[in-house]
Design a protein around this ligand. Structure first.
Ligand code: C5P
Ligand code: MG
Length: 317
């Protein structure tokens, strides 16, 4: 209605134009070819509100596999935490074959844009359960995990150092919420020297017996489409995350969007989605679901630029 009053319309439009320009110059990375934003003004308003509120109000919640880690490198798919276990030090050829078969069966279901999350849910439980059973049968040894990670092609996204260092420097908690394997995830970030004290992890952890052999997985299973339950039961209880109502959420699956469901009284939630695979089929869905989508972008350039923007408020210095 207000837009129809000419005397107010012009100044309002000017203010909006200056505002858009400001964000554009302050975060030039948002103009990268890989960036897709459906509701630009809403994203910009959220960014401004998060900057005004300052670092003490901020927390970052991120998925791990294919969000903090790359999807491909030199044309090859980069290992997820589960894939890292596919190493002769830990499992035999037969188990490798079975795990690959399971991946070929269930991964296409996980990323299928024609199936709902409800439909996928029981199938994901099936996948994770079968893989965990297989791993337990293999009697995985705890003391071999470090070497398996060293030998894998696991790789964090370009610019990961700045991402982790910046958050640590500003004492912003980073909650890594992963349906992968927690012990492996920890080893990956430890070997990359970014496991700082502000990092908290919710994941599937291995339970070893007294001789260091895998006997079970601890706690309730986390898969791609039940992160909401994990968020409500685990994340909500993390003291370090309390009183930080602004959330920067990073993920690569639609299921990752529920990772902030445990945040009490959220003010602003900005979601960034990495669209790595099945791009054309899923672009529409992702653009409608995430605030910002990064298409086949193997870098942390955009999250880093956003963090620099939010933390560059005068009040934060
Ligand atoms: O950290 P994140 O929650 O992304 O970890 C889950 C990912 O691991 C899924 O996206 C899935 O594709 C992958 N996965 C896998 N092998 C399995 C089970 C899951 O690579 N056996
Ligand atoms: Mg992921």
């Amino acid at each position: 209605m207000i837009y129809h009053i000419p005397w107010i319309y012009t100044p309002l439009r000017t203010v909006m134009a200056i505002w858009h320009q400001l964000i554009k110059t302050e975060i030039p990375e948002l103009s990268k070819g890989s960036v897709l934003i459906r509701e630009r003004s809403r994203v910009e308003e959220t960014l401004q509100a998060m900057r005004r509120a300052g670092v003490s109000s901020l927390q970052v919640i991120s998925d791990f596999d294919r969000t903090l880690t790359r999807f491909t490198h030199n044309g090859k798919t980069v290992a997820t935490t589960h894939n890292i276990l596919d190493n002769r030090l830990l499992m035999n050829e037969d188990a490798t074959r079975k795990m690959k078969e399971l991946l070929n069966t269930y991964y296409p279901i996980e990323i299928d844009s024609n199936r709902s999350a409800e439909e996928k849910l029981p199938l994901m439980v099936e996948w994770w359960t079968k893989v965990h059973e297989l791993l337990i049968q293999q009697k995985i040894r705890k003391d071999m995990l470090t070497q398996a990670v060293k030998e894998s092609n696991a790789m964090l996204r370009d610019g990961y150092k700045e991402f982790f260092e910046h958050l640590a420097e500003h004492q912003v908690p980073l909650l890594i919420f992963s349906a992968g394997v927690g012990d492996i995830l920890e080893e990956v970030i430890r070997q990359n020297q970014v496991f700082h004290s502000n990092v908290h992890i919710i994941s599937n952890y291995m339970d070893f017996d007294q001789t260091g052999v895998l006997q079970a997985f601890k706690g309730p299973l986390i898969h791609t489409f039940n992160k909401r339950e994990g968020a409500l039961s685990h994340a909500a209880g993390l003291r370090e995350l309390q009183g930080r109502p602004n959330v920067l959420l990073l993920g690569d699956s639609l299921g990752d969007l529920t990772m902030a469901d445990g945040v009490s009284k959220p003010h602003n939630i900005l979601t960034i989605g990495f669209l790595n695979d099945q791009v054309e089929e899923r672009k529409e869905l992702y653009a409608n679901s995430f605030g910002i989508i990064l298409v086949k972008d193997e870098t942390m350039d955009v999250p880093n630029a956003i963090l620099r923007y939010i933390t560059s408020s005068r009040d934060n210095k």
